[in-house]
Write a protein of this length. Sequence first.
Length: 258
Amino acid sequence: MGNLTALIVDDEPLARSRIRELLSQDEEIEIVDECGDGDEAVVSIFKHKPDLVYLDVEMPERNGFEVVSAVGLENIPVVIFVTAHDSFALQAFEVSALDYLLKPFDDSRFFQTLDRAKNQIRLASQLEDGERYRELVSVLIEKVNPSKEYLQKVLVKSGERLTFLETNKVEWISSEGNYVCFHVDKSSYLMRETISNLEQQLDPAHFLRINRSAIININSVKELHQMFHGDYKVILTDNSQFTLSRRFRDRLPRIISA
């Protein structure tokens, strides 16, 4: 096996230094970046595409599990979670055949998890085992982070740049095939996602799908006009106009009461 790339994510500089020092003893590992919070981690994972990530659980901006969710299971590398709290989550790691480091950890435990990670990377190179790994990560997230948390930020592409966009600033979202387009203050940003999947991740108290290809921010609605055949015209504060189709007419009361 050739060189493997690793990313270290922890909000504590001493913790990052400790992991860096130990990884430097393995000639197969190349450290490509270090991050101090969850938002930085998401950007770095997309930029460097590391084979392995040492990911702290509790961090500013996004915790470790939110980082995994933001990156997406189809993009996430092999992860070793790092935590200072021994709880039921650690049992879930073991049951799911994933690994973790409990602070403070000794050298023996560190290299044991590293060896297991290398094996996992080899397995993930095969399609069947790669899918198995993603399934295990998905189960883990559900166990340790079971409460429904709606998207607060999304990572979008603007030219060659990756940008975090706060969802509460989005006025409306359109479907572009396998992509969605976020519209914010006369600017637009693409993200690879279907509108149906995105709808499930947005807070229904603020976002409403009104037809097959559009989701609106309820707070951006300026006018509502009844049309023929039971349809309604919805006009937003930026003067964008949409049709609330009959299929979605049961959602009309949410717009009126907003």
